[in-house]
Write a protein that binds this ligand. Sequence first.
Ligand SMILES: O=P(O)(O)OC[C@H]1O[C@H](O[C@H]2O[C@H](CO)[C@@H](O)[C@H](O)[C@H]2O)[C@H](O)[C@@H](O)[C@@H]1O
Ligand SMILES: O=c1ccn([C@@H]2O[C@H](COP(=O)(O)OP(=O)(O)O)[C@@H](O)[C@H]2O)c(=O)[nH]1
Length: 876
Amino acid sequence: MSAGSAAHGALTTIFSNFFVSLPIPKTNLTGQTYIVTGSNAGLGFESSRHINKLGAEKLIMAVRSLSKGATARAEILRSTGREESSIEVWELDMGSHESIKNFAARVSTTLPRVDGVLANAGIMVDKFRLVEGDESILAINVVGVFLLFALLIPKLRESADKFQIAPRFTIPNSALHYMASLKEVEDKNGRGIFNTLNDSKTANMADRYNLSKLLVIYACRELADKINGDTKNSSTAIVINTPNPSYCKSALQLGTEQGRTTSAKLFEKVLARTTEEGSRTLVHGVTSGPETNGQYLTNCHVQTPSSSVTSAKGARIQKQFFGELVDRLISIAPEMHVPRHMTSTILTPDQADFADPTKDPPVLTFIFYWQAKRHFGMEFFPDLSSITKSPSCETTTSTSKEMPSEPKRNLIVVSNRLPLSVKRSEDGSYHSSMSSGGLVTSLSGLTKTTEFRWFGWPGMSPKEAEEQEEIRRSLASHNAIPVFLDEELAHKHYNGFSNQILWPILHYQSGVTYDEEMWEAYKKVNEIFADYIADAAQEEDLIWVHDYHLMLLPKLLRERMAKKKRQACIGFSLHTPFPPSETLKVLPVAKDILEGTLSSTLVGFHTDDYRKNFAESCEYLLNARSQDSAILYKDRLVKTGRFTVGIDPDKFNETLKQDEVQTRIKDLNERYKDIKVIVGVDRLDYIKGLTQKLHGFEQFLTDYPKWQGKVVLIQVAVPSREDVKEYQDLETAISCQVGKINGKFSKPEYSPIIYLHRSIPFTELTALYSIADMCLLTSSRDGMNLVAFEYVACQEQRNGVLALSEFAGASVFMADGTVQFHPANIKEMAQCIHKGLTMSKEERKERYDKLKKFVHTNTSAKWGQSFVTELSKRHV
Ligand SMILES: O=P(O)(O)OC[C@H]1O[C@H](O[C@H]2O[C@H](CO)[C@@H](O)[C@H](O)[C@H]2O)[C@H](O)[C@@H](O)[C@@H]1O
Ligand SMILES: O=c1ccn([C@@H]2O[C@H](COP(=O)(O)OP(=O)(O)O)[C@@H](O)[C@H]2O)c(=O)[nH]1
């Protein structure tokens, strides 16, 4: 408490009580229902009388003593002349959690609506006593009040939506909050606010009532945002406010020795308002509009509370206190919070009475938070303030050495294709070879540290059971399990829906031709995978599904596991970008795709932008609620996160040391001793921007002619998805473009572009990376682009320049060390090439060091372990 704040509080009271005449409540409450706690005497009684007089259809007088309540009721009805049915007296003891729970349940199940709750019951005592484990003032004035509020939220929400009203929850406050000392709540010794306040040895009971009112303001302010989410200022927002009736004649202060003194009684006589006058402010609060949400009110107006609220210190304490309060409430009523449909869903997903956001009232932010916290634990939401505001969702990224030791659980990895493609040779035996692409690269890092079974399509579709068995056996030694698919079906799923329809949309392209037959194949393949995995997965297994080919799998799998009465802990990682909802909705089955993925426990993305786009799409297309890294959809909370995929840099280092590679490096260096080398390694995919790359390179040679004959672009274009027309067309176009540029700039002893349309051995790849002065990557969109990482891993000696499109996921993390450009801005690309080739040694070194640090920190092993660790922390 600052001296200024205390003086302000005292003066406000004197001014209010001597000079302010309060408006008599006039709002017509016909048809409305109100609850007033602590209503058989004092402010509660007078407020009840007003409410009854104003025509409320039903008033529930919530009291500890039913007999006293009955007397009070009779007195009110006598004075207002209203009908008997307009008031009921219900039992409620704010010092008993059980009583509060019973009361709230009765309200929820028997009252058709609730327009306002005046949580008037409170105490002022100076003796330390524990009530339900908390110091009594804290227990009754704070914990009890917010327990009641939390339990009533669903009813208030339901009333709001059904009757298009803004229901109010009002807690009387006091100017004494200006006097509250922050000493006990600063938590300087880190014990926690509740622990400190509940310590009988140190409790400052002379200040406790004042402090309780300050704590009420803190909680109201936090809740005002959280209970309504986006609808916080709308006409159907739940309003929580805390009016100060000012110093009134009441029995409240008789609970303290000081309050019972003659001077206190004299003081009351001179200064205090009548109870009826004071009650006008409470009735104003409980009948006021959304403008009072979260506010402290004085004399029927919003007023700035004490500097213990408005200061930065106050704000910090407010956050901590509210976090602890929610913890306390969760510990009191872990089962509670929401109607049955909400409570049951998280734990037993296949119960029939799921909440349906399209029919049920919108899920409240507070409930969302509440459930999230209970479901995910504290580490998930370390700071309540971040619930609505946190810009980024940084997930666990500690290195393997730092990982807490979790109980080991079996891991099942699922991807459309196995990392090994099986081929039958002429002699009838089976051979497997590594598949190409970033997914394989990223997961191969995990094999070093983690044991898992990998399910996927082996790349061939033998019909004979015997043949299948042979393939199964040949893969078993690699812990790989084949998922056999009919060839035609696999074609429609992979080439058709996955790569012709879904792939372009995920890469932000619109205007896709949808094909029902392809979609059916996509569904079918996802079902087949679900059958395989559901058969194989045991209760405690972690299942990690990869990529866009299998976006329906989490849902299908969860359904199958539920039928087998097994829990399913399913992680899903998307390796591609995720577009904004406007792009996604072009796909007629966008909702199915989202719903399928949302059945996961944890969904991982390469960048925060993709993660946010996903959450936004779920909100927009599915009516899901999302906050920070969590999405609530129907019955379940799903965590999302950014997990930075990487490579295994050691593998490159070791390969570079091999004699064979060193010899190759020497040869290539000799070959290009007077020529700068630019390398490009891309799957032959339109998202890699190869057309633009060639244009940019051509522009560079044109704008900077002195480089003609002195620079070569070695472009590896790995064949990809060759059964898809777009890819076939692209190949033709690229060959033609390479031919034209070479035709334009070649000399008998020089060609500017060396084009390798094939996959190259790993040793050759590392040598190529190593001798290149620059790596040029021009993706129009790219989930991450691991080639960027690989180039860095091979450039320890040369410190070459990485020129990277700003639309590759990698550009987000490598901004500092790379030269970046817009891939469609050909002039800019040409300038970047020039800049890279002429960059000083010092600058290259400086940039390289940054990139190296990033690549060596964010390895594929760490990515895998972070994801699996995060997944294993989750419930189902
Ligand atoms: O299996 P293909 O159809 O030949 O395609 C190869 C892979 O391409 C995609 O890779 C993505 O994953 C990389 C690692 O996360 C990422 O760096 C890259 O930007 C993405 O394009 C695809 O997502 C994989 O499923 C394919 O296996
Ligand atoms: O002939 C090659 C050339 C490259 N790669 C690898 O393919 C991956 C490409 O991953 P990236 O994330 O860059 O893109 P994606 O192809 O997955 O879209 C990298 O690990 C490359 O080393 C390959 O398998 N065969």
